[in-house]
Design a protein around this ligand. Structure first.
Ligand code: APR
Length: 229
């Protein structure tokens, strides 16, 4: 029995990281057109770097919550098939909770990508204009390794293959407003279980067979305990 778990910003909300579209969310503070597109980066790289530098620095002040830990436990203890965790989040809370079978389809705050050689490298601090690529040495050519609007998400072939072979698809803490993740539930086998974990109903709620209407920190440990029973 193969599991695919999709997470969004809502799983990190109780760790203290703002979501994007809830009241007071990130896109209520700053326009995504100004900080999360290739055009924005070309127009004002310092502003875009500053936006991601601040979010990267914030990771030092937050910790995984029970939902992140429950998913890591599920990966460790599931013996009845594959478990793949696909996250839209660019934070490192899943890794810090111990998840390993993890794909960041929108990239990661803690990696920098070189515009010269294309390599992405672990990066903990601000990306400064003169910083050099750890792989090729080119200076001043680093951008956040985050997928911007208008760019292709990462690992899609692996994700699509896992969805086509899954028996249980769980979506946690995502508003279902951004594609292709919003469409994942429509690509799973007809006989598969589909479970949406979210305190609110979303645009894609009707496509799910089951709903757990509560916060991730309560609902995910509960769901994991059921699956492992
Ligand atoms: N537990 C579970 N879900 C929660 C919680 C919580 N404690 N708090 C909020 N949520 C839900 C909200 O109800 C909402 O449906 O999390 C969802 C957050 O939605 P968004 O802010 O739209 O975040 P997300 O769906 O991850 O956005 C997708 O959009 O801006 C881009 O690249 C960015 O990866 C992001 C993508």
């Amino acid at each position: 029995m193969n599991l695919v778990i999709l997470t969004g910003a809502g799983i990190s909300a109780e760790s203290g990281l703002a979501t994007f579209r809830d009241l007071g969310g990130i896109w209520a503070q700053v326009r995504l057109e100004d900080v999360a597109t290739p055009e924005a980066f070309a127009a004002d790289p310092a502003r875009v770097q500053g936006f991601y530098d601040a979010r990267r620095a914030q990771l030092r002040r937050v910790a995984p919550n029970p939902a992140h830990h429950a998913l890591a436990q599920l990966e460790r203890e599931w013996t009845r098939g594959d478990v793949l965790l696909v996250t839209q989040n660019v934070d490192d809370l899943h890794e810090r909770a111990g998840s390993r079978r993890l794909l960041h389809m929108h990239g990661e705050l803690k990696r920098a990508r070189c515009l010269s050689c294309g390599a992405d490298s672990r990066w903990e601090d601000d990306i400064r204009p003169a910083d050099a690529c750890p792989a090729c040495g080119a200076a001043g050519r680093l951008r956040p390794h985050v997928v911007w609007f208008g760019e292709m998400p990462l690992h899609m072939a692996e994700i699509e293959a896992a969805l086509a072979a899954c028996d249980v698809f769980v979506s946690i803490g995502t508003s279902g407003q951004v594609w292709p993740a919003a469409g994942f539930v429509r690509t799973i086998p007809p006989a598969a279980r589909s479970i949406e974990v979210n305190p609110m109903t979303t645009e894609v709620s009707p496509a799910f067979r089951e709903h757990r209407r509560g916060p991730a920190s309560l609902e995910v440990p509960r769901l994991v305990a059921e699956l492992l029973a």
